[in-house]
Ligand binder design. Structure first.
Ligand SMILES: [Zn+2]
Length: 350
């Protein structure tokens, strides 16, 4: 349920009291940050996290309504509410579930006790009841549940590995602010290397700084024409890219709205993170290949391993230095074999 909620652009809300409030916050932290893999962030909120809203509603109405009002404010159809109660009957959690049903949300219960999970056991869509007589054991079970859910959601939503690729000087001959599609010339070993990476099930994603747009040297249509031809040339060899991201910005540019700071210009990791969201990419299993320090730093900041091709220096050390693209590919594929032999699984069985 949480997996399809996220696939459809929804979010997770979570609530509970005391230790269960902390478990709600724990779940949210793993979803927003990361559990075991670097990947795009997942939207989630714990309903006790806003003390002003919580105390306002508790003071003006009643504590029993404190979560329900926030569900009414923040919840939307298709979102999931994770309701946590060791007794299964906390009044404010029960009212939150009723409010969630009213909004067309789906509900999961982290519950406890020796019965069927109290009042919430029959109210929520999916009750998970930890059958134990003491609160501490139930709460320990809830912790395992959080890790299990996060592991499974990450595996399901971010199954793909990728190689992020710089363009100029890495894939094709670097022309100064080049934008003529006719000038595209692949560097030695690039087409063969891309094909090998594809065959090893890596998604191939171009991530290219194109500040020439902000500087007024060429426009977005020129970038699109260049990338169209690049794709067609690669496609002839069965090595087409899965994604092409570019950053048209530069803070010292002269063309609005590109003349601004942004989160995507390498060494910022924005293009990698954006593509990771679009293509379901597990960044921890992925690589960045580029020929300058900005590529290495962007990869490092996104949580992928990095290969620096060619002679440039880099203050952020790359995971590997390759003399050429073919050597970069050999390293990625070689490491892949080593990694597989010591593989650990992300999921925890209950
Ligand atoms: Zn940008």
């Amino acid at each position: 349920m949480i997996f399809s909620c996220y696939e459809q652009g929804g979010k997770v809300l979570a609530c509970g009291n005391g230790g269960s409030a902390m478990e709600a916050q724990h779940l949210v932290a793993e979803l927003v940050g990361k559990f075991e893999r670097d990947r795009a962030s997942l939207p989630a909120l714990a309903l006790h996290q806003n003390p002003a809203a919580l105390t306002a509603v508790a003071n003006d109405y009643s504590y029993s309504d404190a979560f329900a009002h926030q569900v009414e404010a923040l919840g939307a159809t298709g979102d999931v509410l994770v309701a946590i109660s060791t007794s299964g009957s906390s009044e404010n959690v029960v009212r939150a579930v009723l409010a969630a049903k009213e909004k067309g949300m789906l509900t999961v219960g982290y519950l406890g006790g020796e019965g069927g999970g109290g009042r919430l056991g029959s109210l929520v869509d999916v009750p998970v009841v930890l059958q134990a007589s003491d609160t501490a054991t139930v709460q320990a079970g809830h912790l395992v549940l959080t890790h299990t859910i996060c592991g499974l959601v990450e595996e399901a939503l971010f199954p793909n590995k990728a190689v992020f690729l710089d363009r100029d000087g890495t894939l094709i001959v670097n022309r100064h602010y080049g934008y003529n599609p006719e000038d595209i010339a692949f560097l030695d070993g690039v087409v063969e290397g891309l094909l090998e990476l594809r065959n090893a099930r890596y998604r191939l994603v171009l991530v290219s700084n194109q500040s020439g747009v902000a500087r007024g040297y060429f426009d977005e249509q020129a970038v699109a024409r260049m990338h169209d031809r690049l794709q067609r040339m690669l496609d002839q060899h069965g090595a087409a890219l899965d994604g092409l991201e570019h950053c048209p910005h530069h803070p010292e540019g002269i063309v609005s709205p590109y003349d601004a700071e942004c989160a995507c210009r390498k060494p910022a990791p924005g293009m990698l993170r954006r593509a990771a969201g679009k293509h379901g990419i597990n960044l921890s299993a992925s690589w960045m290949v580029g020929d300058i320090e900005a590529d290495v730093e962007a990869g490092h900041r996104a949580g992928v391993r990095t290969v620096l091709v060619g002679p440039e220096e880099s203050r952020t050390p790359p995971d590997f230095r390759a003399p050429d693209f073919a050597a970069a590919v050999r390293h990625i594929l070689g490491t892949e074999i080593l990694k597989d032999s010591s593989k650990t699984t992300a999921s925890i069985g209950l």
